[in-house]
Design a protein around this ligand. Structure first.
Ligand code: CUA
Length: 419
């Protein structure tokens, strides 16, 4: 008997500690929790989860109570009689078959209903977003709005958004925990996912992840979602659909016969630079610090930061972007020849808060190091090592061509001018 009560005490204590730990999980301070009703999808799934938890708890309590009662009441006592052999108990057997069957029905009906609800076609008028997985970053296209961007999604609250999920290479999986719904990106197949961010969300920022192992930088394949007000979204969309204002018109190589104002790369006929809505970085820092990447730059990757202040965007556009080979992989709308879809579209790269699949902050020092040696910053990255004299960890050679720090500073100045 003392042995039994010790085990019981231990079990009770462990259960109590577990429940206490669970009850400590406040939902708001966990930015990647799925237990928030921020979309219709999330609400449906959570309602199902609550129902399963309810029935599971009842089953657990009833079964454990019966078990403990039986163990104590019918335990072996010193000098007690031998147990009486019995065979069969029809009433008991029917009872313990019918009750679980009823419980399964109570679970199955809402489960099937929720599956049909979340797998149905998106309602008419949904905002279409094409999600294209790449090793290891996300391409987002808004076909109706003419937008191509990377790693940062904007959607308006209160409107259903329908994601069309495909992959350029291996399997990936699209997941924004706070929005609900996790769906795979499968080769040669298009998957769909839709949800409606709640209107009471306000302008908010959320984490997104790849949740299907897809190679060495799977864990570094992240993205951000900004749920914004409809007018903010319209402003963002209008700007994102416009070509880059700082266009890379080649600088004149011959001195003109008639004296004209010297053009130094920037297209002097381009309209004044406009900016659309961008999620305010001040709000990110104070209210949504979880979306700001804190990834440290690997030791050994150095850059002469003093050069960044003197970076010449025109020279970066005309010289660095071409010589460095950036144009071979990256599109910039409005720049002739910059149409490749291998790497992320850079048309409005300065309007993004992150680079490298949401792994790093988008600022001049980080961008400079990323251009210099991306593979050192993100294992397996397909982006070439651009820095002259840099060791390429994939090719296992030192780059004897490429750009020096001054040229990279120019490219950084150019990219950060692409608001
Ligand atoms: Cu993409 Cu894991």
């Amino acid at each position: 008997m003392p042995k039994l009560s010790l085990r019981q005490t231990a079990t009770t204590a462990l259960t109590a500690v577990g429940l206490l730990a669970l009850s400590g999980c406040g939902f708001t301070e966990y930015p990647n929790s799925t237990f928030n009703h921020h979309t219709d999808f999330n609400t449906a799934i959570d309602a199902l989860f609550q129902r399963l938890l309810f029935w599971g708890t009842i089953v657990f309590v009833v079964v454990e109570a019966g078990l403990v009662y039986t163990i104590i009441k019918y335990r072996k006592r010193p000098g007690g009689p031998k147990p009486r052999p019995i065979h069969g108990n029809a009433a008991l057997e029917i009872t313990w078959t019918v009750i679980p069957a009823l419980i399964l029905v109570l679970i199955a009906i809402p489960t099937v209903r929720t599956i049909f609800q979340t797998q149905a076609d998106a309602p008419a008028g949904a905002l279409k977003v094409q999600v294209i997985g790449h090793q290891w970053w996300w391409e987002f296209r808004y076909p109706e709005l003419g937008i191509v961007t990377a790693n940062e999604l904007y959607v308006p609250v209160g409107r259903t958004v329908e994601f069309e999920l495909t992959t350029k290479d291996v399997l990936h999986s699209f997941w924004i925990p706070q929005m609900g719904g996790k769906r795979d990106l499968i080769s040669n197949k298009t998957n769909y996912l839709w949800f409606t961010p709640n209107v009471d969300l306000g302008t908010s920022a959320w984490n997104g992840f790849c949740t299907e192992y897809c190679g060495s930088s799977h864990a570094n394949m992240k993205f951000r979602l900004y749920t914004v007000q409809p007018d903010e979204f319209d402003s963002w969309a209008k700007h994102q659909a416009s070509p880059a204002v700082f266009s890379a018109t080649p600088a004149p190589t011959v001195t003109p016969v008639t004296p004209v104002a010297q053009v130094t790369g920037a297209d002097s006929t381009a309209p004044a630079q406009t900016t659309g809505y961008v999620f305010p970085s001040a709000r990110l820092a104070t209210e949504f610090p979880h979306v700001i990447p804190q990834t440290p730059i690997p030791a050994g990757l150095t850059f002469d930061d003093a050069l960044l202040a003197a970076g010449d965007p025109a020279r970066g556009a005309n010289e660095g972007f071409m010589l460095g080979g950036c144009i071979g992989c990256h599109a910039i709308s409005g720049v002739p020849g910059a149409v490749s879809e291998i790497g992320p579209n850079l048309t409005h790269i300065a309007s993004r808060h992150t680079i490298a699949g949401g792994l790093y902050k988008n600022d001049a020092p980080t961008l400079a190091r990323w251009i210099k040696n991306a593979r050192h910053m993100k294992p397996g990255s397909l982006m070439n090592t651009i820095g002259r004299g840099e060791y390429d960890p994939i090719l296992k050679t030192t780059n004897t061509g490429g750009l020096d720090d001054r040229q990279i500073a120019d490219v950084v100045a150019y990219l950060l001018a692409l608001k």
